[in-house]
Design a protein around this ligand. Structure first.
Ligand SMILES: [Zn+2]
Length: 95
């Protein structure tokens, strides 16, 4: 039987697969105050955040359609989307 203390672990939902996971297992995307969408590898940037698993399938699902826009409450242009996709590819490759 587990006797771990029930310390609160922040949980977030992945936009791609909709699974709830501990925050630190997910990659954060942030809508910065200056209106950009960035991948926040530190998890400390300010702004509205959205989360995705470090799995390409989730990124594909998240970047497709308007899930990310909906989560971040902003418009994401084609260029920005392509840029995020590129960054994600690099990030996931290095993982
Ligand atoms: Zn996922």
């Amino acid at each position: 039987m587990k006797r771990k203390s029930t310390k609160h672990i922040p949980q977030r939902t992945c936009l791609g697969c909709r699974q709830v996971k501990p925050k630190r297992e997910l990659i954060r995307l942030v809508h910065t105050p200056d209106g950009k969408i960035e991948i926040d590898t530190t998890g400390k940037k300010s702004g509205r955040g959205a989360y995705l698993c470090p799995a390409w399938d989730c990124w594909e699902a998240g970047l497709k359609g308007n899930r990310l826009e909906y989560a971040l409450r902003c418009h994401i242009g084609q260029e920005e989307r392509a840029e995020l996709r590129k960054q994600a590819e690099e990030l996931l490759q290095g993982a």
